[in-house]
Design a binder for this molecule. Structure first.
Ligand code: GDP
Length: 302
């Protein structure tokens, strides 16, 4: 239900475009298929998916002798879901450790909803009965540590922090040691997201990883990149840039409720091969949902 509500704007836009298309092209012919391809491509469905879809639709129309576009309407959505399920082998869930501390690094530029997402994620794991700690690794941005502390207090989890300007790797070393000592289940680590200086960011993140691995060799178990869905193509280029500086294992896509460009999830998967693991569908604590391709594609198109 949440998924469907959060995708309302995107769904409306898509449905309006399909309605217009069906009104303009009443007979199933090549003009219709080409116009359909344009609509789907502009909805960020992804070129290959669009081609696969329209090829199969052409065939289906021929075999079943469907001549009116209105009769293809249902099939378009069904096929789209089918194609995504067929082609989607990216892991959607977080790589949670059973008997060990799970370390989750969170990266992303300022303003995308990184702190909020960390708070929501901590809340989600708390709700599941896990013990959670936060590491205030964004020591660069003024106020970032306090902002994370506010979320920690709200959710009721400890935040390991040092003074602003201190070495993020030192904060992480403290945090991962503290989390181990206290037998925590999950440590969620905030990091600075300075894409302006890629070299620095790359060094900083690799240093953080090394330090964490001294304590938990299999960590980090996830490196989640936070992207703002309302920024469309900009989000895509951020993802590309982060992929160059570090391994990104999944994406938290925020503010999906505030955009009609919900197709960005599909674009990220298609173009970058990075799975979206969580989506932000509002500003409240429980507005972070685990991603499900099926719910998503239905929410978007059906
Ligand atoms: P940061 O600078 O990346 O840490 O960004 P913040 O976590 O401070 O979030 C920036 C703004 O985006 C805040 O006003 C949040 O309430 C808002 N925000 C974050 N996630 C979502 C979301 O999923 N939906 C909506 N509507 N707003 C969000």
């Amino acid at each position: 239900y949440k998924f469907k509500a959060g995708l309302e704007k995107s769904r409306e836009k898509f449905q309006n475009e399909i309605n217009e298309l069906m009104a303009r092209y009443r007979t199933v012919d090549e003009d219709f298929f080409e116009a359909l391809e344009e609509v789907l491509i502009s909805a960020d469905v992804g070129f290959n998916t669009v081609m696969e879809l329209t090829d199969e639709l052409r065939q289906e129309a021929r075999v079943k002798n469907i001549t009116e576009t209105a009769d293809l309407r249902e099939t378009i959505v069904e096929k789209m879901v089918e194609i995504y399920e067929r082609n989607d082998d990216l892991p959607e869930t977080v790589n949670m450790q059973e008997d060990e501390l799970t370390v989750i690094l969170v990266v992303g530029v300022n303003g995308v909803g990184k702190t909020t997402s960390i708070g929501k994620l901590a809340h989600k794991y708390r709700q599941e009965g896990k013990s959670v700690m936060l590491a205030a690794g964004d020591t660069f941005r003024a106020g970032a540590i306090n902002q994370l502390q506010i979320w920690g207090d709200r959710v009721g989890v400890d935040v390991i922090r040092q003074a602003e300007g201190s070495d993020p790797a030192a904060v992480m070393f403290d945090a991962v040691n503290a989390a181990k000592k206290r037998n925590a289940d999950v440590l969620i680590c905030d990091t600075a997201g300075r894409l302006q200086n890629k070299g620095n960011l790359m060094n900083e993140l690799s240093k953080i990883k090394k330090v964490i691995q001294k304590v938990v060799p299999s960590a980090p178990h996830e490196s989640l990149l936070v992207l703002d869905a309302t920024t469309g193509q900009n989000a895509l280029s951020q993802a590309k840039a982060f992929k160059e500086v570090t391994d990104v294992s999944g994406i938290i896509l925020t503010k999906l409720d505030g955009t009609a460009k919900g197709g960005i999830v599909l674009a990220i998967k298609n173009e970058l091969g990075i799975p979206v693991k969580f989506v932000g569908l509002g500003e409240q604590l429980d507005d972070l949902q685990e991603f499900s391709a099926e719910n998503y594609v239905y929410g978007l198109f059906a």
